[in-house]
Design a protein around this ligand. Structure first.
Ligand code: GBH
Length: 499
């Protein structure tokens, strides 16, 4: 493959606090909504909780050493609001100190800290006051941003307000598949708006405090109609694009909710602006703050239909509706007002999540964003990666005389390299992409799937918590070490060896 990346292109890997830290109730941290939700019967596969996760809280220096060994240039992590301001008022210095030590460790290793303030773990104390359905939570978020900046602002240059507000509003409050597990469409639409408002208020606050680079990360998809000439399928694609992408992109980049969404979600109050309504005068101006970057998380496209999925001809093939279950729990659709949308598969290879692999989709998406949004800031792919069932092989290391463990994750390696190629192709097509972060550095707590799905380029043994770089980590390290131009050759060589 031939890849080419502009000078300064940033190579990193990403994690999130609730997925790796553990220490869920240590040093003053109190419950987040995920600590609470994971204890609801049937909410998470096998009843797994984030209590221990991969114990990153206690193993942080070694994990940073591993990042350095792999050559990561940046590390995208999130801070836990429930660790920093655990209840609804007092600040917890021990929680802040953990992130201060993390940032120092990263800088000492020459790794750029890329901080995300919210990756889905609202303090339970705030959920009890209505959570994201309560407008006041937006103001509390801006306070939290200021608290974190107060301690880390001298050393952290890159600030992301939210990770994937789609998930923490629509999956959390409409589908019930994510914490807090509510299935209330009106609350979900309110959560969308209040997270937007929280973002805008925090950007204003961070800007005033002198933060250098401020952005947000969205999970974006290409909504592809199963049959473009079928009006029901075309409408399903429009609605999915609206509810997954444009409901976030348009207020941020154009200062307004799209007209079709205002119409479709009129009953939830998105079409009016009023002193006592969901959207208040001035909100849209606050939301549309200038962004220094837009983070794009992309895993898969969505082919959509407005019709029920037909029974498969081969009865051993079960059509997967990604919205139907999580952790074994039946849930509602997250697509408020569009619950009839279905997701036929296209026959492409599937990852361990049942997500279709189609690297070309990432290229299409990155190019399309620049075309559709004239005010688009520079893009970073802030997450991309794949879950697969890994097998560990024990191999004899002749030189050291001992056994070593290896994970020949050829599918994940290929997935990552093919998507890196797609990013390069998008740049060649004119997309302004400045960096790429693999999801994830470590196997971790995959939300409703608990410890049942592994996205790491580094394996974690959940009994011993020992970390073992998989072949994908070694291949990615070669990509980084290769620099622009030489990238493809080096990475391809590793992929070929491990195939
Ligand atoms: C990301 O979200 C998260 O940021 C990260 O924490 C997580 O571990 C990682 O990806 C892997 O899952 O059926 O409506 O849910 C996942 C992004 C967006 C991918 C929604 C699946 C399916 C549509 N997800 N998408 S829905």
């Amino acid at each position: 493959m031939t890849t080419s990346f502009p000078p300064g292109f940033l190579w990193g890997s990403a994690t999130a606090a609730a997925q790796i830290e553990g220490a869920a109730f240590d040093d003053g941290k109190q419950a987040s909504i995920w600590d609470t939700f994971s204890r609801l019967p049937g909410a998470v596969l096998n009843g797994d909780t984030p209590d221990v996760a991969v114990d990153h809280y206690h193993r942080m220096p070694a994990d940073v050493a591993l990042m350095k060994q792999l050559g990561l240039q940046s590390y995208r992590f999130s801070t836990s609001w429930a660790r920093i301001r655990p209840g609804d008022d007092a600040v917890n210095p021990a929680g802040l100190d953990f992130y201060s030590r993390l940032v120092d460790e990263l800088l000492g290793a020459g790794i750029l800290p890329w901080l995300t303030l919210y990756h889905w773990d609202l303090p339970q104390a705030l959920e009890e006051k209505g959570g994201w359905a309560n407008r006041d939570t937006a103001y509390r978020f801006a306070e939290y941003a200021e608290i974190v900046h107060g301690v880390l602002g001298d050393r952290v240059s890159h600030w992301t307000t939210f990770n994937e507000p789609f998930c923490s509003s629509l999956l959390g409050y409409a589908s019930g598949v994510h914490a807090p597990g509510r299935q209330e469409p009106a609350a979900a639409v309110a959560a969308v708006h209040h997270q937007h408002l929280a973002h805008g208020l925090a950007v204003q606050r961070l800007r005033d405090l002198g933060a250098e680079e401020i952005g947000i990360t969205l999970n974006l998809t290409n909504a592809i109609p199963a049959n473009p000439s079928d009006p029901a399928d075309a409408d399903a694609a429009r609605r999915l694009d609206a509810l997954n992408n444009r409901i976030f992109l348009d207020p941020l980049l154009r200062g307004e909710y799209p007209a079709d969404i205002r119409h479709d979600l009129a009953e939830f109050g998105l079409d009016e602006v009023d002193d006592t309504a969901l959207v208040r005068p001035g909100d849209l101006e606050i939301i549309a703050q200038r962004l220094d970057f837009l983070g794009v998380n992309h895993y898969h496209d969505d082919m959509v239909s407005g019709h029920p999925i037909p029974a498969p001809a081969d009865p051993s093939v079960v059509p997967v509706d990604p919205h139907a279950v999580a952790g074994g729990r039946a849930v509602r659709s997250p697509f408020v007002g569009s619950e009839h949308i279905t997701f036929p598969l296209r026959g492409l290879p599937l990852t361990g999540m049942g997500w279709e692999v189609n690297p070309a989709g990432l290229r299409t998406l990155l190019v399309r964003l620049g075309r559709e949004y004239p005010n688009l800031p520079p893009l970073y792919v802030t997450e991309n990666g794949a879950a697969y069932d890994d097998t560990v092989s024990t191999e004899h290391d002749g030189t050291a005389g001992g056994d070593i463990e290896a994970v020949h994750d050829t599918q994940r390696t290929q997935y990552i390299l093919d998507h890196i190629q797609a990013v390069s192709d998008a740049i060649a097509d004119g997309a302004d992409v400045r960096g790429y972060f693999v999801w994830s550095l470590l196997d971790n707590y995959e939300w409703a799937w608990g410890y049942g799905k592994r996205f790491g380029i580094v394996r974690v043994d959940y009994d011993t918590l020992v970390r073992t770089p998989k072949d994908s980590a070694l291949a990615y390290a070669e990509v980084i070490a290769g620099g622009a131009g030489a990238i493809g050759a080096g990475a391809g060589a590793v992929a070929a060896e491990s195939a």
